[in-house]
Write a protein that binds this ligand. Structure first.
Ligand SMILES: [Zn+2]
Ligand SMILES: [Zn+2]
Length: 345
């Protein structure tokens, strides 16, 4: 069996003769992985910015087929096509009862060893459903976008836009791009993506997903105001994880506007000027995905969104064979790929 192993921080190894998952544990199902995409958090693990000891899995954005359904909780059966969505909610703890199901449980131990291997165990108990059954309309490669789409959908919901709002999204990585596409579908009048990678911006323009501005341009703020509103845009989404971009976000948003922070900061705020929060009367919201937003009949709102927008969203994917996995990681880090998906089948 094949496995892409993170043997130490900064070092990946293709293990062609991995022994596979030997025993199924209580409360888990075994999934035959079709494909797994590389998340920004996988890159953070790779670089040692997150701890493999704490998180204990590598690769969480995968699709595949259940080959052993264990106790069959949540209607999961053998042979079912599934995608990882991370909707973990018991419905009974304080977090769940107070509108914060995304805090219900830790993801640690949810996957063993994770989606960068040909098969993996996945926790699936009545109170913890990591996977969602996939409808026929979506293919295995596109379905690897389910978890990032879930995070982006939550960020878009946190933005709580009014149709006609102008929007700027900082960071044209996966979450920024998908959030931008969702906000457009929700009725934003203009959505501008801002990034500092010329390569990434060229790709976004080529795919014609959103308008773009290069933040290396000296007049980037004038460009924002020209296109999004004289005093700034109604909503800014920060999806870079770079503290200094928050300053740009404060500049780009109009007085009384909203700022959604949908990224992970690994460093302190340094000398960031915080006065605009009061001066501009900003509303600042965090967005910690994934979040189990459900339709009234219980189905996943993120999955429905992905199916609906898949024609656009699948454009961001570059597919790599397992043997080219190291290049896939390099291309994600350089911006040569917007979203790298590694194919096992
Ligand atoms: Zn992810
Ligand atoms: Zn709970």
């Amino acid at each position: 069996m094949k496995k892409i192993a993170l043997v130490e921080y900064g070092k990946l190894e293709l293990q062609d003769n991995w022994e596979g998952v030997r025993t199924i544990q209580d409360g888990t199902v075994k999934v035959d992985v079709s494909a797994c995409s590389i998340c920004g958090s996988d890159i953070a693990l790779f670089k040692g910015k997150r701890s493999l000891v704490d998180e204990r899995y590598f690769g969480h954005e995968f699709s595949g087929v259940v080959i052993d359904a264990g106790a069959g909780a949540n209607g999961i059966t053998s042979g079912m096509r599934v995608g990882s969505e991370l909707s973990r909610t018991c419905g009974q703890c304080w977090n769940c009862l107070n509108g914060l199901p995304n805090y219900c449980k830790s993801m640690n131990d949810a996957l063993l060893p994770g989606g960068f291997s040909e098969e993996t165990l996945v926790l699936n108990r009545p109170d913890y459903s990591f996977i969602s059954p996939l409808p026929d309309e979506i293919d295995d490669i596109t379905a690897t976008l389910l978890e990032p789409t879930n995070c982006a959908y939550h960020a878009a919901r946190q933005a709580n836009i009014t149709p006609g709002d102008s929007v700027v999204v900082f960071g044209m990585g996966t979450i920024g791009l998908i959030t931008a596409c969702i906000l457009k579908s929700m009725g934003a009048s203009s959505v501008i993506g801002i990034d500092n990678s010329k390569e990434r911006l060229a790709k976004v323009r080529e795919l014609n997903l959103v308008e773009t501005i290069d933040c290396n341009d000296k007049d980037w703020l004038e460009q924002v105001r020209e296109r999004g509103g004289t005093f700034g845009v109604d909503v800014v989404v920060e999806a870079t994880g770079a503290v200094q971009v928050l300053k740009n976000a404060f500049d780009a948003v109009r007085p009384g506007g909203k700022l959604v922070v949908a990224s992970v900061y690994h460093g302190p705020a340094g000398d960031l000027e915080l006065l605009p929060i009061m001066r501009k009367e900003l509303t600042i919201k965090g967005a910690k995905g994934p979040f189990p937003h459900r339709k009234t009949e219980g189905s996943s709102a993120a999955l429905e969104t992905l199916v609906k927008l898949q024609g656009e969203l699948k454009k961001i994917i570059t597919v790599y064979e397992y043997k080219d996995a190291l290049k896939a990681f390099d291309d994600m880090m350089s911006g040569a790929a917007l979203k790298a998906v590694i194919k096992f089948k």
